[in-house]
Design a protein. Structure first.
Length: 325
């Protein structure tokens, strides 16, 4: 293995967070030199001196460019889940475009970007419109790239599956929006990280040889659930007895808004409900990994859903370990 100063440089946004952490683990195992661009430099760092930490300086393009100069690959996991007084989709789009341009000017050889399933099919929804715009912006840079489109991710530190379990533990019923027959295919975060590296590196030979051609893939797991089936599966795995109640989508969303101030977060957005009900979290693509949500949930049923995972908290409390917020 080369000494770290001679190893190829790989830049990961959010290596102390969720998907970025799993990617960083794998890069370091391959002998890469890893640098993170982060808004949370004081967050708990499990990698120690092996990880170089630089600010995600969207307001300083020259510094952003310098931080990526000489890098083989930029792995971009940066995004926001909803509009908030502290962050918006429009800001995230503008920031990411600056990131892509800085990477181009810095001579980064490849960009692997995390998008969303069906990014180009729902421009009436701000989340999807922003992701669509960024896919187009990445293609316009001319930098060789990979675009990965997950729907729902699960695993250590996830939000959606954990918070569904949190709700099931506290309510005496399981509410589904509408008929609950829309589908989703959750993918484990470690399988997502493996897929990201698959779209960064060439097959076979040198484990750090960079892939040259542009690529794109839907990132989905081996199990498909309707939303009703997902709730039933989690209820059974957690050893709970809950009545499944069909809730008009607007009423369910209004109930979530009542819960928001109690947890200091946004439990679910109207756009997330609409996107889910349009089957935007489903895909017929082959599975990107074989880790099953049901197996993982059984393995972690004693801890799953005991702690609420806060999206806003993770963006405000930047000195605490991601999975503990």
């Amino acid at each position: 293995m080369p000494c770290m100063s001679d190893a190829p440089l790989h830049v990961v946004t959010g290596a102390l967070g969720y998907t970025g952490k799993a990617v960083t683990e794998r890069l370091l195992a391959r002998g890469a030199r890893v640098r993170t661009l982060t808004n949370s430099p004081s967050r708990a760092n499990p990698f120690g001196a092996r990880l170089e930490i630089h600010p995600l300086a969207f307001d300083a393009p020259a510094a952003l460019e310098d931080a990526m100069r000489g890098a083989d690959v930029l792995y971009n996991t940066y995004w926001v889940r909803f509009n908030h007084r502290l962050f918006t989709f429009d800001q995230a789009v503008a920031n990411t475009k600056r990131l892509f341009e800085a990477a181009r000017l810095a001579g980064v050889r490849r960009i692997v970007h995390v998008s969303i399933l069906h990014a180009d099919e729902a421009d009436d929804l701000g989340y999807y419109r922003g992701k669509h715009a960024l896919e187009d912006a990445l293609r316009a840079t001319g930098v060789p790239h990979g675009i990965l489109r997950p729907g729902v991710l699960f695993g250590r530190g996830d939000i959606l599956i954990n918070n569904i379990a949190w709700t099931l533990r506290r309510l005496r019923f399981a509410g589904v929006f509408g008929n609950g027959q829309y589908a989703l295919r959750p993918l484990h975060v470690d399988d997502m990280a493996d897929l990201i590296l698959e779209h960064a590196f060439a097959r076979g030979g040198n484990p750090l040889e960079i892939r040259r051609e542009n690529s794109q893939a839907d990132a989905v797991g081996p199990e498909r659930f309707t939303y009703r089936e997902l709730l039933a599966s989690l209820t059974d795995i957690l050893g709970l007895r809950r009545c499944v109640v069909r809730v008009p989508p607007r009423i369910g969303w209004l109930v979530s808004k009542v819960i928001n101030p109690l947890v200091g977060d946004v439990v679910i957005t109207w756009e997330e409900i609409v996107g889910m009900m349009r089957n935007l979290l489903d895909s017929d693509a082959p599975p990107a990994g074989m880790r099953r949500l049901t197996d993982w949930a059984r393995e972690h049923r004693e801890s799953l859903g005991h702690r609420y995972a806060s999206e806003v908290g993770r963006r405000v409390r930047r000195d605490a370990a991601y999975e503990l917020i």
